[in-house]
Design a protein around this ligand. Structure first.
Ligand code: NAD
Length: 261
């Protein structure tokens, strides 16, 4: 354990951030870099990953970008190989890549809509963990943070017809616990964060089109406003740091009170 003046110091750590090209992943990648970590930013959209890398290089930290579709195990393994080639190790994995489905009632749900969400949010998260854990276990060291969702805990009537999203994020929460138990003997921790209604590309695109819908959604939040991506940064840094060694298998909810009702 480091002394109390630098409990959240990440100098010398290597962090791999999926979905790092926008929203929460971008904000968290920049925050991890500001705390001292070197970053491999990855996204299915290379331009977006590269944009985040450039933002990090503005304050002269070491960062690379790499294109990876996490629904492909082959691409995940290439990503992990490239990260090891560039940095020699992976200390921190932040799984932020995720998508929402087309909104469809249960009886109209298309198979491809279901599969796409599961392939990215649940299968992609699992196989990224698997590939990175193969490296972390060798060093008996590591921090994994999975971006789940309040939608993995409750069904919110202001965001209807997203059954595959809810199921995928509930899966991520339990997957996090299963992984945590299995890798605890290697001093690796695995935790999940469950946000709700953060202002990102995922949510903004719809809210900008429909102000009334936005206000209905916000009415679900006791705090009366959407969250900003940077409001997750402190927790991400804590979970990535040596300070969180005794926390594993947890799901930390940051949702403006949505799940209190
Ligand atoms: P976002 O759309 O801004 O960012 C998601 C990123 O993931 C994008 O850059 C996208 O290109 C990338 N991505 C999508 N599919 C991918 C794939 N197959 N492989 C690799 N990258 C891929 O969304 P966000 O709001 O920042 O969401 C980040 C995570 O947080 C997601 O897992 C999301 O489900 C979760 N989350 C977000 C909110 C919210 O209110 N924004 C709430 C709860 C949970």
């Amino acid at each position: 354990m480091r002394n109390s003046s630098n409990m959240f110091d990440l100098n010398g750590k290597i962090a791999l951030v999926t979905g790092g090209g926008s929203g929460l992943g971008q904000s968290n990648a920049i925050a991890l870099a500001k705390a001292g970590a070197s970053i491999m930013v990855t996204d299915i959209d290379f331009k977006k990953a590269e944009n985040t890398r450039k933002k990090i290089l503005e304050f002269s930290r070491n960062a690379y970008s790499f294109k990876c579709d996490i629904s492909s195990i082959h691409e995940i393994n290439d990503l992990v190989d490239e990260t090891i080639k560039r940095f020699g190790k992976i200390d921190i994995l932040l799984n932020s890549a995720g998508i929402t489905p087309d909104q469809e009632p249960i009886l109209e749900m298309r198979e491809d809509n279901w599969d796409k969400v599961m392939d990215v949010n649940l299968k992609g998260t699992f196989f990224t963990c698997q590939s990175v854990l193969k490296k972390m276990i060798l060093r008996e060291k590591g921090r994994i943070i999975n971006m789940a969702s309040a939608s993995g805990l409750v069904v919110n009537y202001q965001s209807p017809h997203i059954a595959p999203y809810c199921a995928s994020k509930a899966g991520v929460i339990l997957l996090t616990k299963a992984l945590a138990v299995e890798v605890a003997p290697y001093k690796i921790t695995v935790n999940a964060i469950s946000p709700a209604y953060m202002k990102t590309q995922m949510t903004d695109m719809k809210w900008e089109k429909d102000k009334e819908d936005y206000l209905k959604k916000i009415s679900m939040l006791p705090v009366g406003r959407a969250g900003m991506p940077e409001e997750l940064n402190g927790l991400v840094i804590y979970l990535a740091s040596d300070s969180s060694a005794f926390m594993t298998g947890s799901n930390i909810v940051i949702d403006g009170g949505l799940t209190c009702w």
